[in-house]
Design a protein around this ligand. Structure first.
Ligand code: NAP
Ligand code: SF4
Length: 672
């Protein structure tokens, strides 16, 4: 028996049994839109082989107007049904179960044809929706029912009706988006009519032995969201309409409160699901920031839910469940909740993958075949470690060198930043996986050409060094590098100017302005972002708004570009970093010239004409002016005629991140 008795207990649904309590939540990967059905099938089958009880597909559009964007995938005809059958057959052959999510985006559809209860434009869409008339609403119901019956024909074990996250059905529930005065608006009874009717008619169409999950928004996190009484009323009505399971939705997409980013504490919202336990007789799933088997086990043991949903952790490691069951939890590749390769890709219309697992959603394209070569890798940062593990997976004899005494490279700095605690687990995973794979580590050793001449293949992943910004006075005692700061080696004054507002400038600002990380204390985090109990306030939004802890320092963050600071940060997370710093009074200044540094602080001017000379009076100036490749070893090998592959920051330092480093290392090794 594994150490997770609650997580791995079967769940009897009456007409079928789930083999454990783990659901792979819906994720839009973009795979269905490729129409490469073998690839789609392999994505899901790999996760079924990894032991998850039930998976939910990415959202499938019930009709053209409800698609998240024009051309979004759905089951529109017999051909689509046959294609999806390839997927369900492969999943069933792997002893898995899969439900299709029916996602009507309503006013969130990125289309001029979008429809909604009322013509209220969303703040996150450029398109104003058309308000549906009664006939239009009937059509949407009919299309959702048709999608469910087609899903059944395609061999799915069930459907998930997407009723949360501010999508179409959710839009009917609250006056924020529903201004109707007919049978579908006005009183709450009327506003909840549509979701209940959809579930009732889907059940009537698919018969009793088909899973219907309803994803219910338990805390909207928007002003004028649902009250808790309304949530309970809806949950009971949805149960009465024939749903098999309730899943938890947290926050509308337009909410200005983070819900899944890495700075959100683990299991931050399971207390909300717990409030619903006992109110209905059907199983309830909880969700959001659950990323280890122990967290899942604790959530269930504490009675917060009957099942846990994890989505991104199954991109990071399709074998999450199997490894946990086999007592190998430390070997689960951890999802660090960065969004960089999953959601950020999706929102850029790219196929999703995973920062820590580039094979995710690329199972048929990125394949590691056996090889008997030897390989020497210099650098134990993300690029080097990913290369090493991929090489070991191919059966190569792997040696990794690093001049530092520890593995992890820049990850060891990232993990110091409040809100980036997940990086601790990632470094720990690498340590365990490297040992398990039998990789030879030569730490505290500066690799030489002689060391490397003996290998069949050599990879240089020596990373980056800080760029010298050449500012007059930068050698003064009041100037530090980000490395001194993040490695905790330096005294930093109370008033600080940060030169450079890239990923590292933002990280350093967060590090210097924050005392105790709210990510490690749920009560503090909820207060910081203004989240309250939905029993006490609509949507769980505190009227008084966010209440961050007092800033530790007075910080000015600067860049030379005139544009908004943080523009290059992650698409789905940049706003969180900006908001977090603004809440703590960090001043952001763009369009500056750095004139000089002296004992008074940093002197800047503005614009090409170097106007408005200004002193930023500070005690400490921190240089975060980007990075340059460290290529000395690569050059030395070149001079000796030793062939080497240069990857990661040593290859290109500009816009480097761990995603590119890991992807490049893994793909290179696959090609050797
Ligand atoms: P960066 O993102 O390229 O930013 C460099 C900053 O320095 C920019 O603000 C730039 O702005 C400024 N700068 C460039 N040349 C300068 C010069 N000569 N003098 C003064 N300022 C100069 O680089 P980074 O902040 O070092 O971040 C890259 C690293 O951050 C990677 O290692 C990545 O892994 C890591 N990281 C990424 C994220 C993320 O969210 N993706 C988060 C944290 C850390 P101006 O040119 O406008 O002055
Ligand atoms: Fe998790 Fe980041 Fe991978 Fe997305 S890209 S699955 S958030 S580790």
């Amino acid at each position: 028996m594994s150490g997770y008795p609650h997580l791995f207990a079967p769940l009897d649904l009456g007409f079928t049994t789930l083999k454990n309590r783990v659901l792979m939540g819906s994720m839009h990967t973009g795979l269905e839109e490729t129409r490469d059905w073998n690839r789609v099938a392999e994505f899901y089958a790999e996760r079924a082989r990894g032991g998850v009880a039930l998976m939910v597909t990415g959202g499938m559009a019930p009709n053209a107007e409800g698609g998240v964007f024009p051309g979004a995938a759905g089951l529109f005809n017999d051909r689509d049904i046959a294609n999806h059958k390839v997927v369900t057959d492969r999943v069933h052959a792997a002893d898995g179960k899969i439900a299709m999510q029916i996602l009507h985006a309503g006013r969130y559809a990125y289309s001029k044809d979008c429809v909604a209860p009322s013509a209220v434009k969303s703040p996150i869409s450029p398109f104003a929706p058309r308000a549906l008339d009664a006939i239009g609403i009937e059509k949407q119901i009919a299309d959702m029912v048709t999608a469910a019956t087609r899903a059944k024909q395609a061999g799915y074990d069930g459907v998930e009706v997407m009723g949360s996250e501010g999508y179409f059905l959710n839009q009917f529930l609250v006056t924020h988006t529903n201004r109707r005065d007919d049978d579908w608006g006005g009183s709450y009874e009327n506003r909840m009519r549509l979701p209940v009717e959809v579930v009732r008619r889907v059940r009537a169409a698919v018969g009793p032995e088909f899973i219907i999950i309803y994803r219910l928004s338990m805390i909207d996190l928007i002003p004028n969201g649902s009250t808790w009484d309304e949530v309970v009323l809806l949950a009971k009505a949805i149960e009465g309409a024939g749903a098999t399971i309730l899943n938890t939705g947290i926050g509308w997409h337009e909410a200005r409160i983070p819900t899944i980013a890495t700075s959100v504490p683990r299991r931050a919202f399971t207390w909300v699901t717990k409030k619903l336990m006992g109110e209905v007789g059907i199983p309830i799933i909880t969700s959001n920031r659950i990323n280890t088997p122990q967290v899942g086990e604790d959530v269930l043991a504490e009675g917060c839910a009957d099942m846990v949903s994890m989505a991104r952790p199954f991109l990071a490691d399709p074998h999450f469940v199997a490894k946990a069951m086999a007592g190998k939890a430390p070997l689960i590749v951890p999802c660090i909740a960065c969004n960089q390769a999953c959601l950020d890709h999706t929102f850029s219309m790219k196929i999703a993958s995973c920062l820590v697992n580039p094979m995710a959603a690329h199972e048929t394209e990125l394949v590691l075949t056996p090889s008997a070569k030897s390989i020497g890798i210099v650098g134990a940062g993300p690029a080097g470690l990913a290369s090493a593990l991929a090489a070991a997976q191919r059966g190569m004899a792997v040696t990794v060198f690093d001049r530092m005494n520890e593995i992890g490279g820049q990850l060891n700095m990232a993990k110091q930043v409040p809100g980036k605690e997940e990086f601790w687990g990632l470094v720990e995973y690498y340590r365990t996986a490297v040992a398990e794979a039998g990789i030879t580590l030569r730490l505290g050793h500066d690799a030489t050409a002689d060391d490397l001449a003996v290998f069949d293949e050599v990879i240089i992943a020596t990373g980056v060094a800080p760029r010298d910004p050449q500012i007059d006075g930068q050698d003064g005692p009041n100037v530090l590098s980000y490395i001194d700061v993040l490695r905790g080696k330096a005294e930093v004054g109370k008033r600080v100017a940060i030169i450079g507002a890239g990923g590292i400038g933002f990280d350093v600002a967060e590090f210097l302005v924050t005392g105790h990380s709210p990510t490690e204390n749920l009560a503090d985090w909820l207060q910081e972002w203004g989240v309250g109990d939905p029993s006490d306030m609509r949507g769980g939004v505190r009227a008084e708004g966010p209440k961050p802890a007092a800033p530790l320092r007075q910080i000015t963050l600067l860049q030379r570009k005139a544009q908004k600071l943080g523009k290059g940060l992650g698409k789905t997370t940049g706003w969180i970093h900006r908001a977090a710093l603004k809440m703590k009074g960090v001043e952001m200044m763009g369009g500056v010239n750095y004139e000089r540094i002296d004992a008074q602080g940093l002197h800047v001017s503005f614009g090409e004409a170097r106007e408005r000379p200004t002193l930023i009076a500070v005690d400490t100036i921190v240089l975060c002016a980007g990075q340059v490749p460290q290529r000395a070893l690569a050059d030395a090998l070149g001079a000796r005629g030793i062939a080497a592959h240069v990857i990661g920051g040593a290859d290109v330092a500009a816009e480097l991140d761990a995603k590119r480093a890991i992807d490049q290392g893994t793909r290179l090794v696959a090609s050797l």
